[in-house]
Design a protein around this ligand. Structure first.
Ligand code: GAP
Length: 438
């Protein structure tokens, strides 16, 4: 399938089936902001839950945090975002559209929108942070920023968390939350948006141990994506060259996926050294050093950061799962989602709307829900169409109640990928599905 078609098909499926809608659509939308519908919100939660489980619940050396989006504006001066978090911007003299100066389409001097030649003057720097005012007075003393990354909430809480949780270096702090960037050229659906979510973890280590921990985190994070079921051949590392490194990083690797529009980053692993802690120490006047109780050493730890875009990962998951199959001349659209990520785990159908089948099917879907297994009951339309509707949204199993169920107390369970059907005792359905989800 041509790559452009794949994106179009996914955008259309996402809207039609309730994964992702354009924000404020009835008003013509909002530039590059998206809403997650009933299935999208489940998929996103499942991705975040897996990340949180692997980072916080399954490790004793990482603590969780949920810091506020609004922070003291001095945080962003200290972090370097007020001065340094900018993109070069050029404006077309004819149509006044603005573009990032380093876009290949713009570098030739021709406006990609109206076609004017020699359209652009000198680039000027454009800060990507959204600004607003805190309190009733709208002047420069009341200006605050809406965070462009979640990481700073972790740095300013470093000693709070370390002391309260009695952690010893090396240890980490993990956080999932919204971040906002006034991107000049957003696009590609949910790939680059102005409001997005990050799952970030800052790992504090003794200076000198940073290279070893960096390598370790690279490996852990790549494996995590493979465990989601993302095809290994679509994943790779990209090391940042000196001109790509962010102002805070000594070394950085992206985890990239081969999107329909090329290889792009969806997670970054950064060696931020003691840049952030030392800047906050300097700007706040508060000591942020860690004291090693066993050796009495005092030092500012180095930080190895893993920073994953939740929305981009969700796009990777959807793109990687999407496939079309030809079955006896008909196209079957399938989202081959990892069952742990699928929004609905099982759909339950009575073969026909009579002979006691709906009652049995209802009982099974109620039992699944009671066991906190998201289930969907559907009795409308031909059975083949009901299967197809579930394949398209990634439901791994379809449970069908048929004539034999009434007599023998068994149902069929159809596997989304192999299309194999097995007969299972009605009272074993919940367990059968739970075992496979585990
Ligand atoms: N704290 C480090 C940091 O924010 P980043 O490379 O700027 O690093 C990390 O961002 C991740 O956040 C990216 O890999 C990407 O997945 C996601 N991200 C960044 N900007 C984004 C945007 N405008 N839209 C969607 N996701 C974005």
């Amino acid at each position: 399938m041509p790559d452009a078609d794949l994106m179009d098909k996914l955008v259309s499926l996402s809207k039609r089936r309730g994964y992702i809608f354009q924000s404020s659509e009835i008003y013509g939308g909002t530039g590059s902001v998206w809403d997650y519908g009933p299935l999208g919100v489940e998929l996103k939660r499942n991705i975040k839950d897996r990340w949180w489980s692997s980072m916080v619940h399954r490790r004793d050396d990482i603590e969780g945090l949920d810091a506020a989006i609004l922070m003291n504006p001095k945080v962003w001066e200290a972090s370097g975002h007020v001065d340094g978090f900018s993109d070069p911007l050029v404006e077309c003299a004819n149509c006044h559209r603005r573009f990032k100066a380093d876009l290949p389409e713009v570098e030739g001097g021709q406006c990609p929108t109206c076609g004017t030649r020699e359209a652009f003057g000198e680039p000027r720097m454009f800060n990507l942070m959204f600004k607003t005012f805190m309190g009733p007075v709208e002047d420069s003393t009341a200006t605050i920023y809406i965070r462009p990354e979640t990481a700073q909430g972790i740095y300013v809480n470093f000693l709070n968390v370390q002391g309260a949780a009695r952690q010893k270096v090396p240890f980490g702090i993990a956080q999932i939350g919204k971040a906002f960037r006034n991107e000049i050229t957003p696009g590609n659906f949910i790939f680059r948006t102005r409001e997005f979510e990050q799952a970030e973890m800052q790992f504090f280590v003794k200076p000198g141990d940073d290279d070893e921990w960096f390598d370790r985190w690279m490996e852990i994070r790549m494996q995590w994506h493979k465990d989601l079921g993302i095809r290994a051949e679509k994943l790779r590392f990209h090391e940042h060259g000196p001109d790509e490194l962010a102002h805070y990083a000594k070394k950085a690797y992206d985890i990239e996926y081969e999107f329909p529009f090329g290889w792009r980053e969806f997670e970054g692993i950064h060696n931020r050294t003691d840049f952030d802690l030392s800047r906050h120490q300097e700007h706040s006047g508060k000591r942020l050093e860690y004291i090693d109780a066993s050796s009495n050493e005092r030092y500012l730890p180095y930080v190895v950061e893993t920073s994953m875009g939740v929305d981009r990962t969700l796009l990777v998951v959807l793109l990687d799962a999407y496939r079309e199959e030809d079955i006896e001349g008909n196209t079957r659209v399938v989202l081959g989602l990892n069952p742990s990520l699928a929004p609905i785990k099982a759909a339950v159908f009575p073969l026909v709307k009579k002979d006691g089948m709906p009652e049995i099917a209802r009982k099974i879907s109620d039992a699944l829900r009671a066991a906190a297994v998201p289930a969907f009951y559907d009795q409308s339309g031909a059975i083949g169409r009901r299967y197809r509707r579930q394949d398209e949204i990634g439901t791994p199993w379809c449970v069908t109640v048929d004539g034999e169920s009434v007599e023998s107390g068994t149902v069929t369970i159809r596997d989304r990928d192999s299309l194999q059907q097995v007969r299972v005792s009605t009272d074993q359905v919940v367990l059968w599905i739970q075992e496979r989800l585990d």
